[in-house]
Design a protein around this ligand. Sequence first.
Ligand code: IPE
Ligand code: IPE
Ligand code: MG
Length: 244
Amino acid sequence: MPAELPIPAEKMPRHVAIIMDGNGRWARRRGLPRTMGHRQGVLVLRPLIETSCEWGIPYLTLYAFSSENWARPKEEVGALMGLIEEFFFREVEELKARGARIRILGELSRLPERARGFVERAVEMTKDNERLQLNLALNYGGRAELARAARLLAEEVQAGKRTPDSIDEKALEEHLYTAGLPDVDLLIRTAGEKRTSNFLPFQTAYAEFVSLPCFWPDFGPEEYAQALREYASRQRRFGTLEAK
Ligand code: IPE
Ligand code: IPE
Ligand code: MG
């Protein structure tokens, strides 16, 4: 039986990006340590991925750990690294079976060796999948991503592989972690915050932004559907005078 869609298929965004926020507050509200919020937040991922597949959303990008999050207390960073490891270890078979291909956005080299090993294994194991492109932003910073792209382009110029005037928006895009993927259509942030916290500055230039009040561990298919309904009600114009 086909899954019931919250909005018509032709209105579905191709690329959804999510700033998963509010794990700490979810836990504090219950008198629990913040790390319990992160643990609970990971449990939301499986239904989110399943629902994205069922609703025919082909690109999903999740902000899991920012390059600024290293500045949190050592214990919290350690717990988050442990959860990343656990997620990739526990979920990789399921992701593979579901048809998800994993790509990492961010600088993996700073991750602890064990976590990096599990992440790289998951990328390798899912590389032939095509149903859902699942991007996980790990040690990701948007400004760092742009600086990296500039560096890569400068190296190509220096090596005589391109000229400065060949550097346009497309060339820049091709040197981002998201090279080749479509722009973000819908950017969701939970926990009621209304900022983008250095997430995908280039890729979200024309994205619709939806802020939801729920904390991340409470984000389920109903909250997802609500964000999609809000998205479908917007008029996107891309600088023109017509709705597109
Ligand atoms: C989001 O939840 C998870 C990460 C940033 C890793 P937070 O940990 O930011 O939760 P709040 O915002 O403090 O409630
Ligand atoms: C953004 O959330 C990073 C992730 C969700 C991974 P933060 O909680 O770190 O962002 P700020 O500090 O509220 O801007
Ligand atoms: Mg937060």
